[in-house]
Write a protein that binds this ligand. Structure first.
Ligand SMILES: [Zn+2]
Length: 436
């Protein structure tokens, strides 16, 4: 199908309902040099791909894959690997060996599907999404995949099975188009995102470092906005060791860990810098065993948030310095800080790519918004952003709702065609160097 023919058939149904001015804009868009003509073959393919994508989504939802369900994760990884292989990728399933152990990291973490499409160009592009969910095994039977009107429901469908399906069908479209002008197109699908990616973070960071652009397919949210920044999540663990003694008979022989912890918490309660988005709040504490025993141990946890990677580094140093100042010199105080997820900061490169996304959306007559300020939770895009000079863009997935809600998680079917079009066209324009 030629672009001209397509543009004509695209314009006709719109003419009746739109103003003359807009029709004039569309008419101009048919000129070969104008940026607003929809790419006919891509748009037609995206439409053809909607139903197959829903079928893939059904298959993905019907494999339970909680972050700690290694059997389920192996099964879904095998399905994803074969889907990518069928579309021309060289695929390997990695079992993480370099695990960043967090407080809640299980003995074994889920695998990572690593697929590579070899092209004839120079640009390196990566797509990421995750296949694990927050749900426990056995919940699927009450909430299977179903379609109701313009919504597709299912556990984990929004977070993040839609991301996996959108990636599979985007690479499928590129294959059908015979498009190979990129250097490499890499797909990484991890199985431990919902437990803060202890096993996959180093792989995501390492491979992302070589890329010109990384696109993360978490849900696009209600507005379908692309996100260039996400907030970082950290945790601090304070441990105080004192010495037990009879609280009634000889308290002076003990070292009261609860007193020391209280002193530490009070001196570490003002470390937030709200004006720069750095927050530290102590939220959990415990001490002692019996009323009549001087407590020998006390523990506390804090939640930390930051918008800049360097803020977490500074906070950790500050915490380590603070614990040197003790109320009870004989106590032992330790603080451990863990980065659950670093913040993702908007960069010039990511702004440029997202701006181009707006132009691509204009080709199909849709607005696209871009958020450069962190709004909520962290994602794997932040690990991708740690060492790369390329663009990192989050929120490439379908509009989805009810993540982690345990009830009625769904995606909007109407967003499938625009998102497939966006991702496919983005690869094409990045590969051709059209986007500087
Ligand atoms: Zn997610």
């Amino acid at each position: 199908m030629s672009i001209h023919l397509f543009a004509s058939s695209f314009v006709r149904p719109l003419v009746a309902s739109l103003s003359l001015a807009f029709v004039a804009t569309l008419a101009q868009a048919q000129l070969p040099t104008a940026p607003l003509a929809p790419h006919a073959a891509v748009h037609a393919l995206a439409q053809q791909e909607q139903q197959p994508l829903l079928d893939t989504l059904r298959d993905l939802v019907h494999i339970e894959s909680g972050s700690k369900d290694l059997e389920g994760l192996a099964k879904i990884a095998a399905l994803i690997a074969s889907q990518l292989q069928q579309r021309g990728a060289a695929v390997e399933i990695l079992q993480p060996s370099d695990v960043y152990r967090l407080d809640d990291t299980p003995e074994k973490v889920g695998p990572v599907v690593h697929a590579t499409f070899q092209g004839q160009g120079t640009k390196k592009i990566m797509f990421i999404a995750h296949m694990d969910t927050v749900y426990l095994k056995g919940m699927l039977k009450d909430q299977p995949f179903r379609i109701d009107g313009d919504k597709a429901y299912g556990l984990g469908i929004g977070d993040d099975k839609q991301g996996v399906a959108t990636i599979i069908h985007t690479v499928g479209m590129l294959q059908k188009l015979g498009f190979k002008d990129y250097g490499t197109l890499t797909v990484l699908i991890n199985g431990d995102e919902e437990i803060s990616s202890p096993g996959s973070r180093s792989t995501i960071t390492r491979i992302a470092a070589e890329q010109d652009a990384v696109f993360s397919f978490e849900g696009g949210g209600a507005t379908g906005a692309l996100r260039l920044a996400t907030s970082g999540i950290g945790a601090a663990y304070l441990t105080v060791d004192g010495k037990a003694s009879h609280a009634g008979a000889s308290p002076e022989k003990g070292v009261n860990a609860l007193y020391e912890m209280s002193h530490q918490l009070l001196q570490m309660k003002e470390l937030s810098r709200p004006e720069q988005g750095l927050k530290l709040n102590w939220t959990v504490a415990s001490a002692g065993t019996n009323r009549n025993v001087v407590p020998a141990q006390a523990k506390a946890q804090a939640d930390a948030r930051a918008l800049k990677v360097s803020d977490f580094d500074a906070l950790e140093k500050e915490l380590q310095a603070k614990v040197q100042n003790k109320l009870l010199p004989e106590s032992r105080v330790q603080v451990k800080f863990e980065v659950r997820r670093p913040p993702l900061e908007a960069t010039e490169a990511s702004r440029r790519v997202a701006e181009h996304g707006k132009r691509i959306y204009q080709e199909i007559g849709l607005p696209l918004s871009v958020l450069s300020e962190a709004t909520g939770g962290g994602t794997d895009a932040a690990f991708a952003g740690l060492k790369t000079r390329g663009a990192v863009v989050e929120g490439m997935g379908l509009s989805s709702f009810g993540a982690h809600s345990n009830d009625a998680e769904y995606v909007l079917i109407d967003t499938i065609v625009p998102r497939l079009y966006l991702a496919t066209r983005m690869v094409m324009d990045l590969s051709s160097g059209k986007l500087k």
